[in-house]
Ligand binder design. Structure first.
Ligand code: CAA
Length: 295
């Protein structure tokens, strides 16, 4: 890792251990210390108001392959940020070469059908989708197999212009096991999803944006900065209402249109039981910024 003085850096804030963390001019997160309990991820709190939880997948030698300990740490970090009332949104990122190159092939090489069943292999991945707060994936480099599936488990995907997405499990004699055959068609439609899953071919960031897999593409070195801006923008709203909006959008992937519309209506009515809804509309009429209280 380069020394602090060798790169022009944008100061981000203090990590959860109270130590400094920065983004370098190449967009890499530079942490000078690691939260002691984590070996496969790094966490930080960033943004001008220190209300964005940042999680960096950190197994650079294995291209952030998603081994079980990494996923256990990731699940814990997401849960901790979710229950921290000072955090408005969470970002998951990797490094310039890889967001994550998939589930750890070395770890699962000797698995059997029965061991997968017994151990509920990959079950903990679903824990991420229980998070009430928005999670944004900031993807530079490879997002393959489980890496692509992890990005799709997030609520929004921003990508660096050199990102590569794919579901190459077919190349190693298996199929996606954490949402690739289910979430990908919902993002990009059947034909494109079939092509990606059946060929194992990679798609680049620009193509992923065109398909609707990724919402925006940025120069590599701008990606994290722009993702933090997005998280901060979300953080200006009522956390309570943000959570309701997220739940409501997610229903669109779980139900029929009719049931989804009913769900949305009841959530919409529900916002009228909150102080923040009242404050939002009152502030609009009084032509002043709202002061949301998460109530
Ligand atoms: N699991 C374990 N280790 C991995 C890995 C993975 N998914 N991907 C990369 N690595 C390791 C490599 O083994 C290598 O380690 P060593 O130096 O110890 O040999 C290191 O990361 C660097 O990788 P490469 O030398 O292969 O790097 P490259 O730049 O030549 O190639 C790549 C990059 C194209 C991403 C290539 O590494 C690759 O194809 N990786 C596997 C991608 C894949 O098949 N992902 C799907 C996994 S299965 C899955 O995810 C199931 C599911 O749905 C949950």
């Amino acid at each position: 890792m380069a020394t602090a003085s060798s790169l022009s850096r944008l100061f981000l804030g203090k990590n959860l251990c109270g130590r400094a963390a920065t983004i370098s001019n190449t967009g890499f997160v530079k942490f000078y210390s690691v939260a002691p309990s984590y070996e496969n991820i790094k966490i930080d709190v960033v943004g001008a108001k220190k209300n964005v939880g940042l999680i960096q997948l950190y197994r650079p030698k294995a291209l952030n392959a998603l081994c079980k300990p990494l996923f256990q740490e990731l699940g814990k970090a997401v849960k901790d940020f979710d229950s921290d009332s000072t955090i408005a949104a969470i970002i998951i990122t990797g490094n310039e070469k890889a967001f994550a190159a998939g589930a750890d092939i070395k770890e699962m090489q000797n698995n059997t059908y029965s061991s997968n069943q017994r151990q509920h292999f990959l079950q903990e991945w679903e824990d991420i989708s229980n998070c009430g707060k928005p999670i944004i994936a900031a993807v530079n480099g490879f997002a393959l197999g489980g890496g692509c599936e992890l990005a799709m488990l997030c609520d929004i995907i921003y990508a660096g212009e050199k990102a590569k997405f794919g579901q190459p499990e077919i190349n190693i004699g298996t199929i996606p096991g954490a949402g690739g055959t289910q979430r990908l068609p919902r993002y990009v439609g059947k034909s494109k999803a079939m092509e990606i899953v059946l060929t194992g071919n990679f798609i680049d960031a620009q193509e992923a944006e065109k398909m609707g897999l990724v919402s925006r593409v940025f120069p590599v070195e701008k990606l994290l900065e722009e993702t933090i801006k997005l998280a901060e923008r979300i953080g200006t709203h009522s956390p309570l209402i943000v959570k309701m909006a997220k739940q409501s959008v997610n229903q669109a992937y779980e139900t029929t249109l009719r049931a989804g519309l009913q769900y949305e209506k009841s959530m919409f009515y529900g916002t009228f039981a909150t102080e923040d809804r009242k404050e939002g509309m009152t502030a609009f009429i009084e032509k002043r910024p709202p002061n949301f209280k998460n109530e």
